[in-house]
Design a protein around this ligand. Structure first.
Ligand SMILES: Cc1ncc(COP(=O)(O)O)c(C=O)c1O
Length: 479
């Protein structure tokens, strides 16, 4: 993100004014739109609010904005002989994508300024947990000698080979390279499935609470989302699926059986088998979203549904995001070849496939001896972070927060023992104190639940973050 140059001779407010002028003239802030509030811009640029006030006054003197107390700083019409600027509001209301849920947008905007708040919200690894050393070594020792033309939309063949070996070795999953589609994270697999295999009006069962429930993806595709209750001890009850199917004729089931996000539960082997049987008897495909299995802290990986699936009914979605690095944007779908072909064809229409370079890096990473060591190290570090979080919660919020201790994954699903009077206010107060988490409502749960991702904050900020959360809770209880 742009920052003023503090060593330059030009006063900082002038630099800000000319930066904002460029953004306005470049069409980023069309006429009628509001510029960021003075406080927000000051935070983003790490300057005094008065510096931003000076910058905005400069823009006003140039005739670019108008300012009114209480209604912010607004871009005024360019005033150039009869030009009609597009009615962006109309366009913004069009299109098929619904916006993300408001709490997620709020979190994203708070996290834009690096280090401003302690982050228990992003479901990601802390950068120190990425396999940085392994990647550095392989980039030094290997050279990319593939071609840089359009890649096969099904994905870089050497990565599909590596992945096929990886899935067999670590997850007991048999998937040949022709049954694998490489995607830009699991998210794209979920998107392609909803867009290419389902039609508006189709009923799909989605766990509640769940990551799936936090996505607007299903609703954007016009699907009828049928909640499948997942309790925070044992996960979903497969017999509920039978009942939901009887009532709604389910077209698909979306589940995250291992270290479920957000509850951290693992569906027992018996429940997994029963779920497979119930779905098989009714011919319902199951989408297994499985980003966390390999984080099992003690190294005992719970079997994915797909490893138990004799009938080919599981569409298996995986990713490197939670076990290596989310920014690599490498995910995969293991599915019958006809499904993979159809999705790859759609993929080609969308973007001609993933860039070859990160796919090459991922292939080398999975094949490197360092990757097994990385996984072992990752598990150890995740368990340590979880312990730190538990200790901090027990110290700063004794008896006030309950939680179930997960055995893998990145998240702790927590519950206020006394329901907060106003969960939205508590969330805002926590941001004011300098900490963010994800409110339970995002996952379809009540106001007493919230998710803390222990993988994201640095080790030495976990306790500080919980202290801030406790302060927010105490202040919000007085409202
Ligand atoms: C359960 C689950 N599925 C899928 C994703 C998407 O991850 P990615 O697209 O980075 O693989 C996430 C991310 O938080 C997740 O928690």
């Amino acid at each position: 993100m742009w920052q003023p140059d503090r060593r330059a001779d030009i006063p900082i407010y002038r630099q800000i004014a000319s930066h904002m002028e460029g953004r306005i003239r470049g069409g980023e802030f069309p006429q009628g739109s509001l510029l960021p509030s003075e406080r927000k811009l000051a935070d983003m640029l790490r300057v005094n609010r008065t510096t931003v006030v000076q910058a905005y006054e400069e823009l006003r003197s140039m005739g670019l904005v108008e300012r009114a107390v209480g209604s912010g700083t607004k871009v005024v019409p360019a005033g150039s002989g009869g030009a009609i600027s597009p009615n962006w509001r109309k366009y913004l209301e069009a299109g098929t994508f619904l916006p993300n849920v408001p709490a997620m947008r709020r979190i994203r905007s708070e996290l834009r300024t690096e280090g401003a708040v302690i982050d228990f919200a992003s479901g990601e690894l802390h950068p120190e947990l990425f396999p940085n050393e392994t990647i550095r070594t392989l980039l030094k020792e290997k050279t990319f000698d593939g071609h840089l033309g359009y890649e096969d939309p099904q994905g870089f063949a050497p990565l599909r080979d590596s992945l096929s070996r990886f899935l067999r070795r670590y997850l007991n999953i048999e998937a040949s390279e022709s049954s694998l589609l490489l995607t830009s994270g699991s998210q794209q697999s979920l998107f392609l499935i909803t867009q290419c295999l389902l039609s508006p009006g189709d009923a799909v069962a989605v766990e509640v609470p769940s990551y799936g429930r936090s996505l607007s993806l299903f609703e954007s595709a016009g699907l009828k989302v049928i909640p499948l209750r997942a309790d925070d001890q044992e996960g979903v009850d497969p017999d509920d699926v039978a009942e939901l199917h009887r009532r709604h004729r389910l077209k698909m089931i979306f589940t995250n059986p291992n270290f479920q996000n957000p509850t951290g539960t693992v569906l027992s082997a018996e429940r997994k088998q029963r779920l497979l049987d119930i779905a098989a008897e009714r011919g319902i495909p199951i989408v297994e979203d499985d980003p966390f299995s390999l984080t099992a802290f003690d190294g005992t990986v719970p079997p994915p549904l797909r490893s138990m699936d004799a009938g080919g009914q599981v569409l298996y979605v995986g990713s490197l995001s939670k076990i290596a690095a989310s920014g690599l944007r490498i995910g995969w779908l293991a599915a019958p070849h006809s499904i993979v072909s159809k999705l790859a064809d759609a993929r080609q229409q969308m973007d001609f496939g993933l860039s070859a370079i990160p796919q090459w890096v991922a292939a080398e990473l999975l094949d490197s001896p360092g990757f097994g060591r990385h996984l072992a190290e990752l598990r150890r570090k995740l368990a340590f972070k979880l312990d730190s979080l538990r200790a901090a919660l027990d110290y700063h919020l004794p008896g006030e927060v309950g939680y179930r201790v997960p055995e893998g994954g990145l998240n702790l699903w927590a519950k206020w023992n006394e329901r907060p009077a106003n969960a939205d206010r508590l969330f805002e107060q926590a941001i004011r104190e300098g900490v963010v988490y994800v409110p339970g409502s995002v996952y379809g749960s009540g106001p007493d639940f919230f998710r803390l991702c222990f993988a994201r904050p640095a080790d030495d900020r976990i306790e500080e973050g919980v202290a801030k959360l406790a302060a927010a809770y105490r202040t919000a209880s007085r409202f």
